[in-house]
Design a protein around this ligand. Structure first.
Ligand SMILES: Cc1cc2nc3c(=O)[nH]c(=O)nc-3n(C[C@H](O)[C@H](O)[C@H](O)COP(=O)(O)OP(=O)(O)OC[C@H]3O[C@@H](n4cnc5c(N)ncnc54)[C@H](O)[C@@H]3O)c2cc1C
Ligand code: FES
Length: 333
């Protein structure tokens, strides 16, 4: 059984399984619905419920403000239909130009510690892993309410491998369960999602990773390296962390076979750390290292905590005049 959802704004009808949410059912159908985080944080997926009933999976989700709640607005990523519905999405989305998201189960096939609280997890299962470099998937973990978004650090592959670099959050429910998962432990993976994926492989690229934002930026670097066999594009990779041990991305990048001297790594530590000899400060301050030609020509990709992403986007668009279509980001709510 499926329910029928009509979006009066787009003038489309799509099916939604009773255990799915409005946003993801629409994206599975290839519709250009507005969204970013899939996690109740950004508010991009707001809609008005015109007819029918939905269950609100996370009534306190920060993506809805008081005013939205008073107006009866909902989040499509947190709304499970209880029957047929008519909705009106508020925002405008982009056409689907990545593989359509699907649900599968996978098992933990391997881990590697990159830093004391950063671990690479490799899951395998569910047929070929189809996604674009820099996209994310939703992981449902045993005993944890609601899925969590994690970005792939690897590339699409026929073996069905999904790799994620995850930062352990003190007291975090999903990261606690993930870091305790035994080899062979099962998870549900739903994806791919996200629009901040590698768009062209021939222009210069700048990646900016704040904290746990390393994972998708490594995915983008791998995508650029794999596609750019002719050797024209360059990569400036910025990593920011709170202490020296957070700056763990360079060995992964230096292992890429093709970029060679066209890869430049820049790092900054924001906290006091006697072990750190390099630059200090917030990562967006380091962007001043780039020549003016980079702001004029490069594509910018960034991921990390919302304040970091917002500071970088403000600098790029307001101070440096980089047009919106050359800036792609995921804020990790
Ligand atoms: C697009 C995107 C990509 C991300 N990629 C990565 C990545 O590659 N690596 C990484 O380390 N982190 C990533 N994150 C952050 C990650 O999703 C988690 O927020 C983080 O790991 C903390 O989860 P936790 O459960 O351990 O912490 P907790 O503090 O227990 O939970 C924090 C988050 O869980 C969500 N949440 C809380 N309650 C609910 C609920 N009832 N239903 C649904 N959601 C709820 C909220 O988003 C909240 O911010 C990403 C986030 C987003 C939005
Ligand atoms: S996509 Fe629903 S709140 Fe971000």
């Amino acid at each position: 059984m499926t329910f029928s959802i009509v979006d009066e704004r787009l003038g489309v009808r799509f099916a939604c399984a009773p255990d799915d949410v409005v946003l993801r059912a629409g994206l599975r159908a290839g519709l250009p619905l507005a969204y970013e985080c899939n996690a109740g944080g950004c508010g991009s997926c707001k809609f008005d419920l015109v007819a029918g009933e939905v269950a609100d999976l996370w009534p306190e989700a920060p993506g809805l403000g008081e005013r939205d709640r008073r107006r009866g607005r909902r989040l499509a990523c947190q709304s499970r239909p209880l029957g047929d519905c008519s909705i009106r999405m508020i925002g405008r989305g982009e056409p689907a130009d990545a593989p359509l998201p699907q649900r599968r189960t996978a098992v933990l096939a391997g881990t590697r510690d990159l830093a004391p609280d950063m671990r690479l997890f490799r899951f395998r299962g569910g047929g070929a892993a189809a996604f674009r470099p820099g996209q994310y998937a939703l992981l449902s973990l045993p005993g944890v309410e609601g899925p969590r978004a994690y970005s792939m650090s690897n590339l699409a592959n026929a073996e069905g491998d999904w790799e994620f670099i995850v930062r352990r959050v003190p007291g975090g429910r999903a990261t606690g369960a993930l870091f305790a998962l035994p080899p062979g432990g099962g998870v549900a993976i739903d994806g791919p999602y996200g629009r901040a994926f590698l768009r062209t492989e021939t222009r210069p690229v700048v990646c900016i990773a704040g904290g746990s934002g390393l994972s998708p930026m490594i995915g983008i670097a791998r995508g650029l390296d794999a596609a750019n066999a002719a050797g024209t594009a360059s990569l400036d990779f910025f990593q920011g962390g709170r202490s020296a041990q957070d700056i763990c991305g360079e060995p992964l990048l230096r292992a890429l076979p093709r970029l060679g001297s066209r890869l430049r790594f820049h790092a900054s530590v924001s906290g006091e750390d006697p072990l750190w000899q390099g630059r200090t400060g917030m990562i967006h301050e380091l962007l001043a290292d780039l020549p003016d030609s980079a702001f004029a020509e490069a594509d910018f990709y960034l991921a990390g905590p919302p304040p970091m992403a917002e500071a970088v986007v403000a600098l790029l668009s307001r101070a440096k005049g980089v047009p919106a279509e050359r800036i792609r980001y995921d804020r990790f709510f």
